[in-house]
Design a protein around this ligand. Structure first.
Ligand SMILES: [Ca+2]
Ligand SMILES: [Ca+2]
Length: 476
């Protein structure tokens, strides 16, 4: 949170409070750390690390794409074997403190690229809150005692649910955008009862985590990036404050806030120059698949083609057939003209919030990995695996380069601390660059076989979860 220099005077009070809280009590207790920023104060993080270098401890963990979080000296993460799992590890030495198993309420249909433990937990200083799409929202004390379960679902989400819960004051907030029946919910964290719920039914599938404005501790509104829309609701009762349309396809990345500037990345899933004959205008789609010419495409009509796997998300209402309306909606989303990484200035007064776009970047975009703003520069890995830097004030591309050894995909979001940016590639390599808009590679570290989870930071220790192991790396 160092890029505070451009903030308007009106934000000074809030900013001072935020900086104070970060310097005293901030910890990596939710997805992407304090206030979802991807950064935290740390003075001495390792540049070179791996199983043979600067490893403080490691512990085997079952699979799960969720990120580890840090509360005090504890690390909490979710996982799955034939049960859903919550694991708590001592951050100082990797000792297992407790491990709880939860029975699924149902078996979700999980896409091959994902799993049952994708949403990252969130914690206050006494309890941790976890969301599983096959069960609902669950609260444990940090000693591993079950407090309550709020059953949620089943969800209509072809790729599975991914957004993480966030906390403000007495509420847990969860964004459940799906193909049909989307909603935003606030739950009283003591009782586990629903405080309010907003129907977002016409807003389709998204995988992002909401952001609280002004900050987690003082938030008055919750800002939600969904498919095509950016919406703000009051934290007190979920009343809509404003809504901005034209926000691209359903995002997997999450919005984040630096001072009063909201950053978000709205995807465009396809482009007209892609060589993909499946994504063609309606007439071509029907000509290719609608063998019985009833102006709808059933699963049987797509089965056995290279596009069989697409049927699941095209059939929005799950009635076994892709209607003309469903295809047209999918096509509009795939080729939306409104997309890009944007910086929006939020102006806040008397609970009336409006936003204006300062810049928008429409070239290569990240797919799953949320961008990072650190020391005035936006860093991200794009959907082809290149590392990019943009000037944080103007959105101008400064450098785009493929880093040797990283492969073509990044699921984890980059994090920044100690003057460095850490980008964890799906192939298990973690690249370290200096936090400069003309960045240079400092090291490429082989950590594991596969790596989906965004790393966390505990004091001067990097916490990295691979597909089968949780590692702590620090300077030795
Ligand atoms: Ca047909
Ligand atoms: Ca249908």
């Amino acid at each position: 949170m160092r890029n505070q220099t451009r903030l308007p005077i009106t934000a000074l009070l809030t900013t001072t409070a935020l900086l104070f809280s970060l310097s005293t009590s901030a910890e990596w207790n939710r997805f992407r750390g304090p206030n979802g920023s991807g950064t935290i104060e740390s003075s001495s993080l390792p540049t070179e690390f791996g199983p043979d270098k600067n490893m403080l401890w490691n512990v085997d963990v079952p699979k799960g794409s969720s990120s580890p979080i840090v509360v005090g000296d504890r690390i909490v993460l979710t996982a799955e074997d034939h049960h859903l799992m919550v694991i708590c590890v001592d951050a100082k030495n990797g000792d297992l403190l407790w491990n709880q198993k939860l029975v699924r309420a149902r078996d979700g249909k999980i896409h091959v690229q994902t799993d049952s433990a994708v949403p990252t937990p969130v914690a206050d200083d006494k309890n941790v809150y976890l969301f599983f799409q096959e069960l609902g929202l669950v609260k444990y004390s940090l000693d591993g005692e079950h407090q309550w379960t709020l059953p949620l679902g089943p969800f209509n989400q072809f790729y599975g649910m991914a957004g993480s819960p966030v906390l403000s004051k007495n509420l847990v907030i969860i964004q459940c955008d799906q193909q049909t029946g989307s909603f935003l919910m606030a739950i009283d964290k003591e009782s586990g009862k629903i405080a309010w719920q907003v129907d977002r039914g016409t807003k389709g599938a998204a995988w992002s985590t909401p952001i609280l404005f002004p900050t987690d501790e003082t938030a008055e509104i919750v800002v939600v990036h969904g498919k095509g829309w950016l919406d703000a609701y009051t934290l007190s009762d979920g009343t809509s404050v404003w809504s901005r349309s034209g926000m691209g396809a359903g995002p997997i990345t999450s919005p984040f806030l630096v001072g009063n500037t909201l950053f978000l990345s709205a995807p465009q899933w396809s482009s007209h120059d892609d060589e993909n004959p499946f994504l063609q205008p309606l007439d071509g789609f029907l000509k290719q698949f609608d063998k019985d010419a009833n102006k709808a495409v059933s699963f049987a009509e797509m089965k056995g083609t290279p596009f069989e796997a697409e049927f699941g998300w095209l059939d929005i209402d799950k009635d076994g057939s892709v209607s003309v309306a469903e295809y047209e909606e999918a096509y509009r989303e795939m080729f939306t003209e409104n997309y890009g990484i944007s910086a929006l200035d939020l102006n806040y007064s008397d609970a009336q919030v409006e936003s204006s776009v300062r810049w928008q970047f429409q070239e290569m975009l990240p797919e799953i990995s949320t961008p990072l703003l650190y020391q005035g520069t936006v860093f991200f890995a794009d959907k082809k695996g290149y590392v990019n830097s943009l000037n944080g004030n103007t959105g101008t591309l400064v450098k785009r380069e493929r880093v040797k050894g990283t492969g073509a995909q990044f699921f984890a979001s980059p994090i920044g601390a100690d003057g460095k940016v850490y980008l964890a590639s799906l192939n298990g390599n973690v690249v370290v660059i200096d936090a400069n808009e003309k960045w240079n590679v400092l090291a490429t570290n082989k950590v594991g076989k596969k790596l989906r989870a965004t790393p966390a930071i505990y004091n001067n220790t990097l916490i990295i979860r691979t597909v089968d192991t949780l590692y702590a790396f620090g300077k030795k």
